[in-house]
Design a protein around this ligand. Sequence first.
Ligand code: FAD
Length: 301
Amino acid sequence: MYDVLILGTGPAAITAAIYTTRYNMKTLVIGKGAGMISHASEVENYPGIYPVTGPDLMNKFIEHAKALNIEITYETITDISKDNDVFTVKTNKGEYKGKTIIYALGGEKRKMGLPEESKYEGKGISYCATCDGFFFKGKDVVVAGGGNGAALTTILLSKIAKKIYLIYRGEKLKAFPSLIERIEKFDNVEIILNSNIVKIKGDNFVSSIIIEDNNGQQREINVNGIFVEYGYNRNSEFAEKIGVELDKPRRIIVKQDMSTNIKGFFAAGDVTNGSDGFGQVITACAEGAIAARSAYNYIIG
Ligand SMILES: Cc1cc2nc3c(=O)[nH]c(=O)nc-3n(C[C@H](O)[C@H](O)[C@H](O)COP(=O)(O)OP(=O)(O)OC[C@H]3O[C@@H](n4cnc5c(N)ncnc54)[C@H](O)[C@@H]3O)c2cc1C
């Protein structure tokens, strides 16, 4: 029986594990791999480590955990249950019992929702420019979205692709101003606002898209790649199943100490409504640290 089962292997989970280990709690971290930050080509706002790519930053977290001999197992969580104040977490490989849970399962990239999308996944459609950008060297591509993810993807692709169309449905990009300023300086980036991608065309691979503006005007653009940056959905379904309260965007409702409405069940990171909904590495880490302290206080009564 573990004192704490920490779910996830992203920044919130690893930070929580560093703290619970320092509290001498018997800790197991269960996750299926790198967190969302591994999609970021560069991270400019995590203090003390600059410059750094998302994957390198995540590796540093894992190296830190390994240096403290934290037990991490890479498995896919399939179910959580609670019986007599003991939590059971089932995975694709086995099951684990713990007195407390720190739930830090973050989010998954959102899809465009077009019927033909799945046909072109890996055949022109990508959800990770850091992973796939290189395959589009010298080609024309689209970045779909208007937030920080879309901006960073555009910056990365500006050095690889021939031309990038940044297509966003809103009137104004909503990325950090410093990122927008950089994008506006690139000769090979065309920003198209007030427009949606309504159709993807091609044979085996993407060859063009149809976009539609707010007036219903359609236009076809020839592209080889589409990088989807529509934000992400929260992985809160296992928490919901055992009665943890969620808000409308399906984030776990946490109190200031990262506790939830279920005794012994704490949550941290992008999956919560904490930190004023400001989903960043630094806020995920802060929530992980607070959740660890609260789990410790709960155990010692
Ligand atoms: C493209 C992009 C760029 C970004 N750039 C920045 C930036 O520059 N600076 C910044 O501060 N933030 C940035 N972010 C946001 C940042 O990545 C998140 O805020 C941060 O990763 C949240 O950490 P987390 O630990 O809460 O969740 P996540 O990082 O999402 O980690 C969730 C963990 O849960 C695991 N998991 C999920 N489901 C299961 C399951 N069923 N079984 C087992 N494990 C599971 C995942 O494998 C992962 O390990 C960016 C995000 C994206 C997508």
